[in-house]
Design a protein around this ligand. Structure first.
Ligand SMILES: Cc1ncc(COP(=O)(O)O)c(C=O)c1O
Length: 405
């Protein structure tokens, strides 16, 4: 491999050894083909720059791919989550139980609708919400559970659904990582009352920025459409066609959360390419799993037997006490070897803005704390070469062996 320097054994680069890669392997490279570029150019030529026929087409294709019944494209997963809480009627006086192991936007939106986020601990197989911890966190003010499918593996969503039904709570899925992820043959989003997907640039399907808000109740679908377009009862697509009219009425205090046709054009081509892109991700993840399987200092991602993992992330953990260095030092050493890692996630309650509100609650979330001490994410994107994956594994192994306790 061109940019491998050959320094895969011995002294780490951060201590003066030779790095495994001369040129750094990025954490992520977008997988765009000429087809996406042509589709966007065609959209620009069509004059439909914002919401139009392309967005409608993408909506239908997305629903067909996932088997989900209702919903609309939106401009991000974050907007979708916010809108989910709004259309489900969650607001001041309500508590929403969620996970510390997520991107901050999943929890910010709870704050933005005026409700109170309550963090429950994760379980150590899927790294999603532990249903028992959720049950223990329920109070008379609890209105909903907001579950996150970490890394592209469905959390114990069936148990959370059962708990929500038993306690009369709403269930919202944050499926930012879980497009093309299934459990028991059901796609992510088939469990919750509402589910938000992300098409941010690093996601399995990307429209640059974008998302999709799916819902169970068909009546909510109309609410999503209304609220994502200023609360107007006639969307732009209808108003600007020959059959449309200048007249509209505002039925809700709505928002501007719609997807555009430029994004949808990207999305439609990416949807067609999903089988090929997923094959690539799965191949890369399996190559990592096989190469790192013998490393006792690592805990590799475990996969649910009845599930299809979307492999949005490849996120192993360092076993506690296995190395002489901590996770932060390990990542610094990995960067010196020419690998750009990432980390998902710094727990919500570690961020200053949440610490100020929630106080020091880490002791009540022991699994989340343990997970955070060891977690890191290795590069994972569709067109990674075998050589890149092998080199990354060699860099990881070099450090594990050198720094073994
Ligand atoms: C778990 C999770 N939820 C929500 C989001 C927000 O997605 P978006 O950038 O589409 O708003 C992200 C983004 O990375 C995420 O990882």
């Amino acid at each position: 491999m061109k940019n491998v320097s050959g320094g895969s054994g011995g002294q780490p680069a951060c201590e003066g050894g030779t790095p495994v890669f001369e040129e750094r392997i990025p954490y992520f490279r977008p997988a765009l083909s000429e087809r996406e570029i042509e589709a966007v150019v065609e959209t620009l030529r069509s004059g439909w720059l914002t919401i139009g026929p392309g967005t409608r087409q993408f909506r239908e294709e997305f629903l067909e791919f996932t088997g989900l019944k209702h919903g609309h494209p939106v401009n991000s997963c974050t907007s979708g989550l916010f809108l989910a809480l709004k259309v489900l009627g969650i607001g001041p006086g309500d508590e929403v139980i969620t996970t510390p192991n997520t991107f901050v936007s999943s929890v910010n939106v709870i704050h933005h609708v005026g409700a109170v986020p309550v963090l429950a601990d994760i379980e150590m197989t899927t790294y999603g919400l532990d249903p028992e911890a959720v049950a223990a966190a329920i109070t008379p003010a609890t209105k909903a559970i907001l579950a996150v499918h970490y890394g592209g593996q469905l959390c114990r969503i069936e148990a959370l659904r059962e708990l929500a039904d038993r306690k009369g709570l709403l269930l919202i899925e944050d499926a930012a990582h879980a497009f093309a992820a299934y459990a028991g043959g059901r796609h992510a989003g088939d469990f919750g009352d509402a589910t938000s997907f992300s098409f941010y640039v690093t996601k399995n399907l990307s429209t640059g920025e974008g998302g999709f808000l799916a819902c169970k109740d068909p009546r909510l679908e109309e609410e999503i459409a209304l609220n994502s377009m200023h609360g107007m009862d006639t969307g732009a697509w209808k108003r600007y066609t020959d059959r449309g009219s200048w007249f509209y009425e505002v039925q809700r205090y709505g928002y501007k959360f719609n997807m555009t046709d430029i994004q949808a054009a990207l999305g439609s081509v990416q949807l067609e390419r999903m089988p090929e892109m997923q094959r690539s991700r799965i191949r890369a993840a399996e190559r990592y799993q096989a190469a790192l399987a013998g490393e006792s200092a690592l805990i590799l991602p475990a996969t649910r037997a009845d599930a299809v993992h979307s492999w949005h992330l490849y996120a192993p953990r360092l076993r506690e006490g296995a190395l002489r260095i901590d996770r932060d030092e390990f990542l610094t050493a990995l960067i010196a070897e020419g690998v750009a890692p990432s980390l998902h996630f710094i727990p919500i309650h570690h961020h200053p803005v949440y610490r100020a509100d929630m106080g020091e609650i880490g002791a009540k979330l022991p699994n989340s704390e343990e997970f955070y001490r060891g977690c890191f994410s290795l590069p994972l994107f569709p067109d990674m070469t075998d050589g890149e994956i092998d080199g990354i594994c060699a860099a990881v192994q070099k450090l594990l062996h050198w720094y073994r306790s």
